[in-house]
Design a protein around this ligand. Sequence first.
Ligand SMILES: Nc1ncnc2c1ncn2[C@@H]1O[C@H](COP(=O)(O)OP(=O)(O)OP(=O)(O)O)[C@@H](O)[C@H]1O
Length: 635
Amino acid sequence: MTEHSNEGDEPLESSSPSLSLSTFHDACQEAGRPVLTASELARALERPQRAVFDDLEALSASGDLKRLSVSRDPVVWFPSELEDLTDRERVVVFPKRREIIVDRPDQFTRAQLTQFANLEDTNGEGGYRYVVRPADVWQAPHDTFEALQRTIRQALSRTVPALESWIESQWRRAHQFRLTTHPEGYTVLEGESAEVMGNVARQKLDESHVHAPISDTEDWVREGAEAAIKRTLYEAGYPVQDDRDLASGDPLEFELQVSLRSYQETWVDRFLESGEGVYVGPPGSGKTIAAIATMERVGGETLVLVPSRDLARQWAETLVDADVTTLGPDDVGQYHGGQKEIRPVTIATYQIAGMDRHRSLFDDREWGLVVFDECQHVPSDVYRRSTHLQSRHRLGLSASPLREDDRAAEIFTLIGPPIGTDWEALFEAGFVAEPELEIRYVPWADDEHANAYGSADGRERYQLAAMNPEKVDEVRYLLAAHPDARALVFVDYLEQGRDIAAALDVPFLSGETPHTERQRLLEAFRHDELETLVLSRVGDEGIDLPSADLAIVASGLGGSRRQGTQRAGRTMRPAGGALVYVLATRGTREEDFARRQLQHLGRQGLTVREQTVDRDQDEEATDSDEVGGAGDLEE
Ligand SMILES: Nc1ncnc2c1ncn2[C@@H]1O[C@H](COP(=O)(O)OP(=O)(O)OP(=O)(O)O)[C@@H](O)[C@H]1O
């Protein structure tokens, strides 16, 4: 507000009439455009520019005008009511593609849209692209189609018959069958009509699933066959509504000491409505806390299954933390290779849970809730062994959107439907900091390596690109460019990990690192005693890594998209400001891998940058703060 302001205290032309909004309108009319600079207006009014500027400021202070700085051009002014027009959200629907493009949606619209559509893309300038997928409709939290229709109309501000009728057909599909509990305690499969019961259920299911028909539309379900029935009908295109009375198990009483954020409240409410579901949120978004809140509300003894011992320990620590719950150490047990305690809340690894001789884990107590952490990794033997827990509340946690996952069907039927959140909204609200992502295309260390790549094939080729020694220098360079950052360096190959660790004189944590040493390193990193840690694939999953300011993925691009999400997510902690660099050898398949992997994150609304490293310039730039200045740009 100061660049043109009147330095003196005296008004320059106290006697001249001050500018009114209608005079401004007249001048706009005259100029034939809705915005004016101060000098244009001064010319039109034949008044000194500074005086006009002061009047403009006054009108801006009273809210009648808005100012807009357009890069290096002079400030322009326009009537405030115009802003209402330009800011109003615009919704464009493509019914055939089931796509909804919204420009500047407000919070309400976004909340409505996430009830039946998935946010696929944002352009960073207020544009959002949603797609309505079948599963989004199946899991819509509405009791009737009419209620869902109201939400759709509110979100779109109009009726779009073609889209509505597709959604209706999906909704009806997902409401043809439901499982209920008979007053006598057994499970009943109920069809919407005798036709669908006869033509679908009774064709697809056999005596291993159901005992006998109870009526034209009802079958008596065999104990323990619920999961198989849900799976079979899901595959036939009819997701089953699971409306059974779920057992809450032996009571578990404690109080959560944390107040939930509103999106966490929504997750828990939606879970409690159906008794099953998967919280899908970026790492650090508070899924663990929401799961603990769910335990409190279900009020039953809980079995938590996790992919590793480190995570089991982490869960146990969180659960007995006096700032989080009122649970005492005797309430919480861990069950894995290290210790075997079955307590009101028991945390076990998938590995143990999948073993026959540890079956008692599932049966020793009346669990009311089973939590599947990182549920995209539930091994099939764990599913098999836990099918009888279908009558209990089942909660999955996942930091990867489930849509492209092969296991989506299994997760959907055996645990429950995803309970999602608009990730962008979490980033915007500052609950989870959005990392900056950059792919850096690194040249070959020398011709010898480039030639070796040229004449190799298959796996070897991939490995040569991954282990390009030039990446060691690139890691060194990036660390030097961020001298105060706590950094995690991820590698896929032990040899590379050792090379980088040796070159930088920092520890390397891999599957070979003894358990106690692993703990020691992680603790040191967590407490700032260690600035840099190199991690092999083992660092990806299972370990609850401390937050970092910087993550460098030196190799590992052949991995799944999920791995990419997780690695990026390591730094997505509420502290914020995290940076993720992914290194790819220039001119190799790695480039495509990196692009594809990060595109996925890009679709979640993150900004992905690409940078080609030019080694000669890099050397000079090592001491500079400005990493971006080091390379040749980009796309
Ligand atoms: N409602 C809340 N109020 C205050 N802090 C919270 C809340 N929910 C979560 N947090 C904090 O945010 C951080 C991340 O939460 P949490 O561990 O539950 O996330 P997460 O989604 O399970 O992460 P990850 O996927 O990495 O396991 C923790 O430090 C936690 O204490």
